[in-house]
Structures are given as structure tokens and as C-alpha cells.
Ligand binder design. Structure first.
Ligand SMILES: N[C@@H](CCC(=O)N[C@@H](CS)C(=O)NCC(=O)O)C(=O)O
Length: 204
């Protein structure tokens, strides 16, 4: 069955693209420039009824949510050391960061990015922007503490949790220009050295 990823450069679809490149799986990449009108169109809603990227097809099966797609690919097309199994002691850390990178970081950071890129359309109040930054900074602090004595999020190896967090750090540091705590910055730099990240981020 063929795998198809609908991808927009710099967006959350970098998560599944990065994983697919790490795994060396065969897949078709459908790259779409960011275009709010096209995402809202009937044509794109046929592909993804939520009108967002990523959208991932495994044959006829549509899978949504970037962090869910990571879990799906590893469950259906693994096993791989990029997943952490329930038998491993870091399983809880793995799942926590795999999902919190989206719900506790990217979810908030996307609001800041919208405000920076198109204040007329997506601008929010100063109070709300401060709340969003407060939420992101709490997660950076937790991550900084988690990385004390660790090179990766879980199981002492690079896993899908690092992909999930790595994308959020890209969104925070590169797109939203937020400073990162020292350990988090060093970790982010290590992640960006990976050939699969370099390949994924170079797709235009
Ligand atoms: N929680 C979702 C968020 C998906 C999302 O909001 N994607 C953005 C790009 S990063 C998008 O497609 N925005 C277009 C729109 O909502 O119109 C995920 O992780 O996949």
C-alpha cells in the first residue's frame, strides 16, 4: 500500500517527513505552499476534512495530527528503535514528550507565529500573547531540567519523541525567534545535525 504525505514547508508536517526520512521508507511527498484559501477549499477538504497539514494516507486510510502520524507509522511500519516500547522504563517519558511537544508547545507557539506573520488577521491581545509565552517557557524549563544528564528525551537514543520536540524547538527558536535555555539550545543544535532533518527541512 502506498504512503502519501501532504506537506507544507516549515509546518508540523516536518514531523512525519523527518520520521519517514529517518526510517528510509518509500513514500510520495505532495508539497503544498501555505495557502489558507486552498486549505479551506472543497478540493483540499476532500484530502483532509480539517483543511490542515499534515495529512497522511496509508493506502485509503487517512491519519491526522502530526504526533499521531508518528505513532501510526512506527506501529504499522516498524518496529524501529525510533519507537519506545511499553516494556522500556522510559515509555512514559517518551509518550509524554511525543504529545506534549504539540499540546504544550506548538499549539501555543502557532498563535505567536500567526500574530508575527499576519497581525491583521491573527493578531491577539498582549495579555493573550504573554499567556502563550508563559506556557511555552514553562515547557522549555521542564525540558531543560529533563535534559540534565540526558542526550535524548528517552531510552538514551534518538526516538520519535525527539522528532516531535525538535519540530517545536524549530518553531520556537527559528520561526518565533524565542530564546531557548542553554541545554535545550545545545540539544536542538544536535538534532539539526541529523541528515534526515537536513533533508526534510530542505524541501521547498
Ligand atoms: N495539531 C495539528 C496541527 C495542524 C496544523 O494546525 N497545521 C497548520 C500548519 S503547521 C495548518 O495546516 N494550518 C492551516 C489552517 O489551519 O488553515 C498537528 O499536529 O498536526
Amino acid at each position: 500500500m502506498s504512503l502519501i504525505l501532504f506537506h507544507t514547508p516549515n509546518s508540523r508536517s516536518l514531523r512525519p517527513l523527518w520520521l519517514l526520512e529517518e526510517l528510509g521508507l518509500d513514500f510520495d511527498l505532495n508539497t503544498i505552499a501555505y495557502d489558507a484559501e486552498y486549505f479551506a477549499s472543497d478540493a483540499y477538504r476532500e484530502i483532509n476534512p480539517m483543511g490542515k497539514v499534515p495529512a497522511f494516507y496509508d493506502g485509503d486510510h487517512l491519519v491526522l495530527e502530526s504526533t499521531v502520524i508518528l505513532e501510526y507509522i512506527l506501529a504499522k511500519h516498524g518496529p524501529s528503535p525510533l519507537g519506545v516500547t511499553p516494556e522500556e522504563s522510559d515509555f512514559g517519558h517518551y509518550l509524554t514528550w511525543l504529545h506534549m511537544a504539540e499540546s504544550g508547545l506548538s499549539h501555543y507557539l502557532a498563535v505567536l507565529l500567526g500574530q508575527m506573520m499576519n497581525p491583521e488577521k491573527y493578531g491577539v491581545s498582549e495579555n493573550f500573547a504573554s499567556y502563550v509565552k508563559y506556557q511555552a517557557e514553562k515547557a522549555f524549563e521542564m525540558l531543560d531540567n529533563h535534559l540534565a544528564g540526558r542526550s535524548f528525551i528517552a531510552a538514551e537514543r534518538f526516538t520519535a519523541a525527539d522528532i516531535s520536540v525538535g519540530y517545536s524547538l524549530f518553531l520556537a527558536s527559528v520561526l518565533c525567534r524565542m530564546p531557548l535555555p542553554d541545554r535545550v539550545q545545545a540539544y536542538f543544535e544536535r538534532l539539526q545535525d541529523r541528515p534526515a532533518w537536513k533533508k526534510a527541512i530542505s524541501v521547498k
